[in-house]
Design a protein around this ligand. Sequence first.
Ligand code: SF4
Length: 462
Amino acid sequence: MPSSKLLKHTEAAIVPREALTVNPAKTCQPIGAMYAALGVHRCLPHSHGSQGCCSYHRSALTRHYKEPVMAATSSFTEGASVFGGQSNLLQAITTEFSLYDPEIIAVHTTCLSETIGDDIPQIIGKAKAEGKIPAGRYVIHANTPSYIGSHVTGYSAMVRAFVDYFAESTGRRHGKLSILAGWVEPSDMAELKRMLAELGAPFILLPDTSGVLDAPLTGRFEMYPEGGTRLDDIRLMGDSYAAIGLGPFATGAAAKLLDTKCKVPMNILDLPIGLSATDRFIDKVRKLAKVGVPDSIAKERGRLLDMMSDMHQYTYGKTVALAGDPDQLAPLAEFLTDLDMKVKYLVTGTPGKSFEPRLEELIGKAEPGDYRGAPADLFALHQRLKSQGTDLLIANTYGKLIAHDEDIPFVRFGFPILDRVGHSDFPYVGYRGGMRLLEKILSVLMDRIERDAPNEKFELVM
Ligand code: SF4
């Protein structure tokens, strides 16, 4: 047990607390909008608000992805804060196209510009009318007020905006499946593409941050790295024969719009995290694309199953506490349940009524003593762990403060991970991602057994 507590003011006693969030299990909407926009090739995210917001959003992404994150800002000062940011945005559009030559400027709002009530479509219309947007270049927008929702809501709004502005239906279907990627790492997006290629199912993936936020060090600065979904492909999404949204919170809105706007039938799945959710993803692609499942994929599944069964003695009956985003938590909780672990405490900061029913479908109803906070904060989670403890905590980097104080084995998962690397390079989705996740879980559980074993019980294999 650590000698000094970092969160020493957290009390185990729970008192009613409706109007106060302490240590939120989420971050702000524009961060998600910025991340989604970076997944489109030659797209420059633009933050319509003060410089402070934009600096924070860029630094949050840079600290997680360990890559420079390019984004522009309307740079509100006192004048814009009172009279609105139209002239700032008009000036910014001119400057950005002339200096940085993006194909798309993706504007997202902030708390300040939303409170003022800036009408972004009107400003974009004015920029067009005044010839500030060069031919073949585009300015799009998403409303991302951060006093509601979370980074996941912002991501969802920007993915929807790409569909809204660009997806077109010509009435001629093509043979590509549209895949709307939920909030996952660049490594996960690369893994999704690899699995789809193995399955032999042609596809368009939106957004795609692989090749953008996991770029190699070459010694040369690239304002717009190689990766990202191409604009022509986003247009083509309107003619797909079907679409799959991976994660209802991050992609449900875009998938619905693609359906209503372009009549592309939508399918909303959980993120393919763990055995069962990956099974559902593979099965859905197989059916929609009318392809067989190749041996290579079947073998990957078999290897994950083998690892689960080989190591079952270490996972059976262990209690787990989770904090993170709903699209990730639901399949993760299901995977842990498949491992015969018990998800006893769970917290997400992203509000949404559909989460708890989905969780119940996947892992059953909460039992007496369980806690499912949706939405809730890390303080609420810490209070429960203080009084009742758990065998494992899975959360983003902020969870480490709780793990430190309560001496709990800890696996970093989700956004943000500020103090470790690897998440941009090694996936958690798919069967191979499931193996990586299980390996991480087993490592901390087995380290703990070894740490606590008396000398006479200490063995090479415990
Ligand atoms: S919460 Fe609002 S004001 Fe704060 S950084 Fe996010 S957008 Fe800006």
